[in-house]
Design a protein around this ligand. Structure first.
Ligand code: CMC
Length: 428
């Protein structure tokens, strides 16, 4: 066991236990720091702060490792299915055949949404961003599923989890259909999770929809790769919202809002837009120069990561998926060449080498989603379908954690100190 850490300030010394996880850096337990020293820690962006204990996902950012419940992400992407991974993240184990059948039945039984919820879509402008619709609609689910909102009842938590995982593809496909003025399609529970979503998105009631197994496989992999990622911004948002005892559907809606930002889930949309703007390999040096210029806010989207200081293991799998789908669908899209060349040039440039900036999952995911036929505005929505599993697994873990408290950070206050109110007519 590691010796406790010691911290002294103004002659007051406190000893702080050092806690070890199963793998990864040890953490200094500073919960008593304020009581013992009258000091807070200052860590904007939480770069050195472990906010919770978790058994779900492990990342070694220096080595480029990502494990879901101990299983390497590449093995899961190659050999597993999204629902199997969902079971793994939620319950801690890969399901045996009976558990698999039960879990699949439970999820598929919940794919339909309340008919009245469909009317909510009409309140949105046709050109509304689908992520805006998803924030609203998923939050609205809290009003429709009262029988699964007692968060202190484990059975109700399970039902809420299943509902969220099952209904997200239906809600997302409806957001897309609404934007293009086509009728909503009801789910078909005989299809796979990915297949059902593809049909609800690209099918029409007037004719049968034939699922291309290449596309279905790419979709499954995309969903698996993005299903969880430890205490990222949106997951931390879900946990923080949930820490007050809020309704789980509202918490996931908060996670969707956070995911939308271009520094997080919105990066896939931004990365594809950037690749399209670059357009051809000859223009890459111009964009590399911009990314390196301190006076230019431009960044290479899909590059860099708070945790990975090595190749993002999801990006490796995603690059393979992008190649396969373009080859098999016979799509001759120059953006894949641009992406490959950009990656090659950046990885050999001292700026990117020194700052340990590597491609992240979003660098290639846009290429894959675009090849499948999704408009860029749907990219982050797909991410949200997948990440819902991680969010709800992490929310459940938090709800079961006896150490759980309402999340309430403190601050370094630099505003005005006490001053007296001046009536309006006396102010200069
Ligand atoms: N292009 C050019 N320079 C970069 C980039 C980039 N994409 N990313 C980081 N840098 C530079 C940055 O300017 C800074 O330089 P300096 O030390 O000279 O000031 C240094 O690298 C460290 O950057 P940071 O912003 O302090 O690092 P961070 O950990 O706060 O940010 C990040 C991580 C992902 C927000 C950032 O790398 C970024 O903006 N990347 C582009 C957006 C993107 O691809 N986001 C998707 C993240 S992966 C999906 C997910 O898990 O949600």
């Amino acid at each position: 066991m590691t010796e406790p850490a010691t911290f002294s300030v103004d002659g007051k010394t406190g000893n702080y236990p050092v806690l070890a996880g199963s793998v990864g850096p040890e953490v200094v337990d500073i919960r008593k720091l304020y009581a013992q020293t009258g000091r807070f820690t200052y860590d904007p962006g939480f770069t050195s702060t472990a906010a919770c204990e978790s058994k779900i996902t492990y990342i070694d950012g220096d080595a480029g490792i990502l494990l879901y419940r101990g299983y390497p992400i590449d093995q899961l992407a190659e050999q597993s299915s999204f629902l199997e991974v969902a079971h793994l993240l939620l319950n801690g184990n890969l399901p045996n055949p009976t558990e698999h059948a039960d879990f699949t039945r439970n999820i598929t039984r919940h794919t339909m949404i309340h008919e009245q919820l469909a009317q909510f879509y009409r309140g949105f402008r046709r050109d509304a961003h689908p992520m805006a619709i998803m924030c609203g609609i998923v939050g609205a689910m809290a009003a429709f599923y009262h029988d699964s909102t007692d968060i202190h009842d484990p059975q109700q938590r399970i039902i809420a989890s299943h509902r969220l995982i099952a209904k997200m593809p239906t809600l997302a496909a409806m957001a897309y259909k609404y934007s293009i003025g086509q009728p909503f399609l009801y789910p078909d529970n005989s299809l796979s999770f990915a297949g059902n979503f593809l049909r609800m998105t690209f099918g029409v009631p007037a004719e049968p929809y034939i699922i291309d197994p290449v596309v279905e496989d790419a979709m499954e992999k995309l969903l698996i790769l993005q299903a969880d990622h430890e205490q990222n911004a949106s997951t931390s948002t879900v946990r923080l919202a949930g820490s007050s005892g809020a309704n789980p559907f509202a918490c996931i809606s908060a996670g969707i809002a956070c995911l939308w930002g271009p520094a997080h889930g919105g990066a896939n949309e931004a990365a594809l837009n950037m690749l399209r703007e670059i357009g051809r390999p000859e223009r890459i040096p111009e964009f590399i120069a911009r990314a390196k210029n301190k006076d230019d806010p431009f960044r290479l989207m899909g590059f860099g990561h708070r945790v990975y200081k090595n190749y993002d293991p999801r990006a490796k799998v995603m690059a393979g998926v992008a190649k396969t789908i373009l080859d098999k669908l016979g799509i001759d899209d120059p953006i894949f060449d641009v992406a490959r060349e950009l990656e090659h040039i950046a990885l050999n440039d001292p700026y990117f080498i020194d700052k340990k900036l590597y491609p992240n999952v979003d660098f290639y995911s846009g290429v894959v989603m675009s090849a499948i036929g999704f408009p860029t505005s749907m990219f982050t929505v797909l991410f949200a379908i997948s990440r819902t599993v991680g969010w709800i697994a992490q929310w459940t873990e938090m709800m079961e954690d006896p150490e759980q408290k309402i999340g309430r950070p403190r601050q370094l206050y630099t505003g005005p100190t006490h001053r007296d109110y001046v009536p309006l007519n006396k102010r200069a």
